[in-house]
Design a binder for this molecule. Structure first.
Ligand code: GCU
Length: 435
């Protein structure tokens, strides 16, 4: 019995030792994926940004037409293949279901529409449930088009807002939980709908999970609709989730072009955080969007990757492996190998107005890196005779600058506030009035 016990103890010790070694090894592996976060300006490495004005084969760009013909396409193609991922095909919405059409919402000042945009291919389908508010009594309105994080019902306490396209009474217990019905109106503070309507703008919004659920799983959402037989994940240069969400914004615009009450030449893309990254990429892809607004978009959005301040490429690809194309993971801890940096993403939007907004306590998103990217993109705006950022340094808090490139550093945390919306409305007014 004694010998048995000794052998047994030895096996136990061996097992424990083995799990300990595995643990240490995997910790080291994961630690290698990313390095400590830079929180002080003094620790930012020195870097050289890739040239906006020199093409791959060394041609110097002097005019907006050379930019459009030579340099812009190569930068766009690099972002598509190496960063966000290429959309592998084309698919138009199959039909539109009108679920709600209320002429006197929000105390009578708005029209509320709710529609499902349905996409279908083979036996797969995706449905996008849109919530639309438009100023009552206007023939055509410019609109802000924006994804929301927590469902349409989170953006306002309006009890008629459907939950993922359905009435509360039609939802199963599981769905009530999944879509967090109790979160109705929970994000009202981020959506200044009254301000928009009072200023003559509409809002079109949709839960971004409708297009592609935000998880590291490529078996659902819009990706799966495009797979060839036997395919289970996008190819290395194909779309991650950000690119899929950007694609969704263009498909919503296809629909808005058919909506008589919307001025489809005045659709303003807005996005916060990961959805700000999405808005910038969507605006770079689709020139039908007239203005693009990035709110606190940070790494992979408006912030320069080479600064490595706050969130880095390796952090984002480790924590959100599904957001970018697989090819982008080659640049973890290796930003200098990128042939682009994020100022070039902003430049792709030129000459259309673009607004980059940061928040003073949002160091994870690197406010200074966001400002510098907007500033570094500005020479391309100047090529078109448009006003870019003129300040050399990050401006003080709550001091907005509105050229064709707009920027502000709001006091406070990572969020969307009334202050932000007041600036976006002013910015849009200024550009729509001058055109
Ligand atoms: C995380 C992520 C950011 C992203 C943000 C968000 O903080 O690291 O890159 O912008 O989530 O979308 O809320």
């Amino acid at each position: 019995f004694c010998i048995f016990k000794i052998i047994n103890d030895c096996i136990m010790i061996q097992k424990t030792l083995f799990s300990f070694i595995v643990l240490v090894f995997s910790y080291q592996l994961s630690a290698q994926k990313t390095t400590p976060t830079i929180k002080n300006e003094a620790d930012v490495p020195s870097y050289k940004l890739p040239h906006l004005f020199t093409s791959k084969d060394g041609m110097e760009i002097d005019t907006s037409s050379e930019w459009e013909r030579l340099r812009r396409p190569e930068i766009h193609s690099y972002f598509a293949n190496q960063v966000y991922g290429v959309v592998p095909g084309q698919l138009d919405f199959h039909n539109v279901e009108v679920l709600d059409d209320e002429p006197a919402a929000l105390g009578g000042k708005a029209i509320r529409k709710q529609v499902n945009l349905n996409f279908k291919k083979g036996n797969k389908s995706v449905s996008m449930s849109l919530l639309i508010y438009l100023p009552a009594g206007k023939k055509k309105s410019p609109v802000f088009l924006a994804y929301n994080f927590k469902g349409n019902h989170s953006v306002s306490p309006d009890s008629a807002i459907l939950i993922n396209g359905k009435k509360e009474s039609e939802l199963s217990g599981e769905e009530l939980k999944k879509f967090n019905v109790s979160g109705r109106g929970g994000r009202t503070s981020r959506w200044a709908i009254d301000k928009m309507i009072d200023a003559g703008y509409g809002l079109v919004t949709i839960d971004y999970n409708n297009v592609d659920p935000d998880k590291n799983d490529f078996s659902d959402g819009i990706h799966a609709i495009f797979y060839k037989t036997g395919q289970t994940a996008p190819a290395k240069n194909e779309w991650g989730s950000l690119s899929a969400w950007a694609w969704g914004m263009s498909r919503i615009l296809d629909f808005l072009e058919t909506e008589v009450l919307v001025d489809h030449k005045k659709v303003i893309l807005f996005g916060h955080s990961r959805l700000g990254k999405t808005a910038l990429w969507a605006g770079a892809n689709d020139r039908r969007f007239s203005i693009v607004i990035s709110n606190n978009s940070g790494c992979g959005g408006a912030a320069l990757s080479r600064r490595r301040f706050g969130e880095k490429v390796s952090d984002i690809n480790t924590n959100y492996p599904h957001w970018f194309a697989k090819n982008f993971h080659n640049f973890n801890e290796n930003e200098t190998a990128l042939e682009v940096d994020q100022h070039m993403l902003i430049a792709l939007i030129a000459p259309r107005p673009v607004y980059v907004a940061s928040a003073s306590q949002d160091s994870w998103a690197d406010p200074k890196g966001e400002f510098l990217a907007a500033k570094e993109a500005s020479p391309i705006y100047r090529l078109y005779g448009k006003k870019g950022i003129v300040m050399e340094k990050l401006p003080p808090v709550n001091t907005p600058f509105h050229g064709s490139v707009g920027y502000h550093l709001r006091k406070g945390k990572h969020d969307v506030t009334d202050f932000d919306w007041e600036q976006y409305i002013k910015f849009a007014d200024q550009h729509f009035q001058s055109n």
